[in-house]
Design a protein around this ligand. Structure first.
Ligand code: DX5
Ligand code: ZN
Length: 221
């Protein structure tokens, strides 16, 4: 039986105007964003280089909402403290680059943030089974990370269902399942039906004229 969950929308500032990032963070929060999603890319794990802790610190005061920092970097352990000091509330690392995943997640928590694990589209969910006590959020990539504006990969829908089932079976209904990449009005209902409760949206929010309408639309209102 599908349960009704509150759907939270996390606009990705990767799609915002970098010359006016503080204003974008403030205005999208006022338009109903539940979190601010920050895509950190290092030029190794993914080709581009984007945002570092100095930028997170600079824009943090522009929003009362939690900052959801997605580390697409090859050596996340080296940067956890800097991002959390800068104001990250959730820090998500990629399982593909964490040989000691549980240790990394526990370190994020010990530094005062919530700990997320992200899985690329082809990474099986099994890795989660062994870190269930240490995780607060699972971020399912529904595109290959690196760029905004890509097409949703429908093959991840069964994985979202499997992750939700795995969490429920472990008594971890409280863990958020976040989906990132190609989320729009067409894909969002399928993603939510599969069990996700947090949607990242770059283009589908910042690429629209009315951010408030875009956010409510994604939430299914
Ligand atoms: C992709 C990033 C996403 C991206 C989403 O590597 O992790 O957060 O900004 O962009 P859209 O919503 O445009 O697919
Ligand atoms: Zn992201």
């Amino acid at each position: 039986m599908p349960r009704s969950r509150a759907i939270r929308i996390a606009p990705s500032i990767l799609a915002a105007d970098f010359a006016r990032l503080g204003d974008a963070v403030r205005d999208v929060s006022a338009a109903g964003a539940d979190l601010i999603h920050v895509d950190v890319m290092d030029g190794h794990f993914v080709p581009p280089i984007t945002i570092g802790p100095a930028v997170v610190k600079a824009v943090r005061p522009f929003s009362p909402q939690p900052f959801d920092v997605h580390l697409m970097v090859t050596r996340p352990d080296d940067h956890l403290e800097a991002f959390i000091d800068a104001g990250a509330d959730i820090v998500t690392v990629h399982a593909e680059v964490c040989p000691h995943l549980e240790r990394t997640l526990r370190r994020i928590r010990s530094l005062g943030a919530k700990a997320g694990v992200s899985l690329n589209p082809h990474t099986p969910e099994d890795v989660l089974r062994y870190v269930l006590d240490a995780v607060d959020l699972v971020l399912v990539m529904s595109v290959n990370p690196g760029f905004g504006g890509q097409k949703f990969v429908p093959a991840v829908l069964p994985k979202i269902r499997a992750i939700r089932a795995l969490l429920d079976a472990a008594g971890r209904e409280d863990v958020a399942v976040e989906v990132d990449g190609g989320v729009n009005l067409e894909t969002a209902p399928h993603i939510v039906a599969a069990g996700a409760d947090m949607l990242v949206a770059g283009t589908a929010v910042f690429g629209q004229a009315d951010w408030r309408a875009a956010i409510s639309g994604l939430r299914g209102e």
